[in-house]
Design a protein around this ligand. Structure first.
Ligand code: GTP
Ligand code: MG
Length: 345
């Protein structure tokens, strides 16, 4: 999983002190106590913002403090409350206490808020201490300090598109060609041992997340090769892309094997829309007709991650499909960031 992480230090605003004052008015001897209470310190609040996609801003600045409150004043005037400080974070941000590791919460949907550090309470002014027997209290309270702590913010992205293919099919090369991710690429099988995620950016701020997972071989569902345990990481993608290298002797055989291994692992994967990407087309100088039966596939594309032939079209089609699936699963956003076990690349 792609974990974008930042540690920040947050501090609520200090509460205002209560005031000590007495009414002084012409013709009113011994006016009573009139010191107002201090205001409440501002909270530091994390708020989920769908416009944000990374925690990058928080790697530049780490200290955040909400506004301090005003002190109470005479004539029973309450101090002004401190200003709340809102820190926008991307959807899918998990918040932990940096010292204890305690998980404080998760911001999943636009508008979700989490109070990261409470402002201090305001102190009471002397007016609040007046009693029948103590009519001229000279007592007042200072404001409390705001809560202060260090937080670890972690953004967990979940892929929109899962790349599935035999070892050497070109999954990692494709991810590297279309995103800023730099997975290891090599001409031997099982180069990728753990999933890699990358963000594909198209024009007009359109984007989607692609997962490159280890290769599948015949018998993977029985534990051959790296097995299929990593397939659970693509169970929630919007679409799969089945990669078949054009130089595979038997394209149909390669395709059938992939579908078979996927479906033997988990029938739920059968429900995920999929397309076929014929990869490495630069290897055949003369365009060759591809005979492939892929019932149920929503598209078949020919691409080269080396020359980028066919890539723009394939990416546009993937984006459109992902967008469509997002619309279909109305309210599907809550599915977007399910609880997944820790998984550090
Ligand atoms: N000519 C050509 N070679 C490619 C292309 N894509 C990948 N390759 C080569 O194919 C080999 C395997 O590529 P990878 O991207 O590592 O394959 P993978 O599917 O990630 O393989 P595993 O991680 O082992 O499952 C590498 O030598 C790549 O350079 C392509 O579009 N054209
Ligand atoms: Mg790989």
């Amino acid at each position: 999983m792609f974990v974008d992480q930042a540690t920040i230090h947050v501090k609520g605003g200090a509460g205002g002190a209560g005031a000590m004052a007495f009414r002084r008015e012409k013709g009113v001897p011994f006016g009573g106590p009139s010191g107002g209470d201090g205001g409440e310190g501002g909270d530091v609040v994390l708020a989920a913002d769908p416009q944000l996609h990374t925690l990058l801003d928080y790697s530049y600045r780490q200290h955040y403090k909400a506004g301090r409150a005003g002190h109470g004043e005479g004539s029973n005037r309450h101090g002004a409350d401190g200003e709340e400080l809102v820190l926008p974070v991307p959807l899918g941000t998990v918040v932990k206490d940096a010292e204890t590791g305690e998980r404080l919460g998760e911001l999943l949907e636009a508008g979700d808020r989490l109070v990261a550090a409470r402002g201090g309470r305001g102190g009471r002014g002397n007016a609040a201490f007046a009693t029948a027997t103590r009519q001229a209290p000279r007592h007042w309270e200072p404001g409390e300090w705001g809560e202060e702590r260090s937080l670890v913010l972690e953004l967990k992205l979940i892929a929109d598109v899962g790349l599935v293919g035999e070892p050497n099919a070109g999954k990692s090369t494709l991810l590297a060609a279309v995103s800023a991710a730099r997975p290891k690429v090599a001409a031997y099988p099982f180069t990728t041992l753990e999933p890699n995620l990358g963000v594909v950016q198209l024009s007009d701020a359109r984007r989607f997340v692609v997962a490159d997972i280890p290769g599948l071989i015949e018998g993977a569902h029985e534990g051959k090769g790296l097995g299929t345990q990593f397939l659970r990481h693509i169970e929630r993608t919007r679409t799969l892309a089945m990669l078949i290298p054009i130089d595979a002797g038997d394209l149909q055989g390669a395709y059938d094997l992939l579908r078979h291994e996927l479906l033997s692992h988990d029938a739920a994967l059968a429900g995920i829309p999929f397309c076929v990407l014929i990869t490495k087309v630069d290897l055949v100088p003369v365009p060759r007709k591809v005979e492939l039966e892929a019932p149920g596939a929503w598209g078949v594309f020919r691409i080269s991650s080396v020359t980028h032939e066919g890539l723009p079209d394939a990416l546009e089609a993937l984006w459109a499909r992902v967008a469509e699936e997002k619309d279909d699963r109305n309210g599907g956003d809550e599915e977007r960031f399910p609880e997944l076990e820790e998984w550090t690349p």
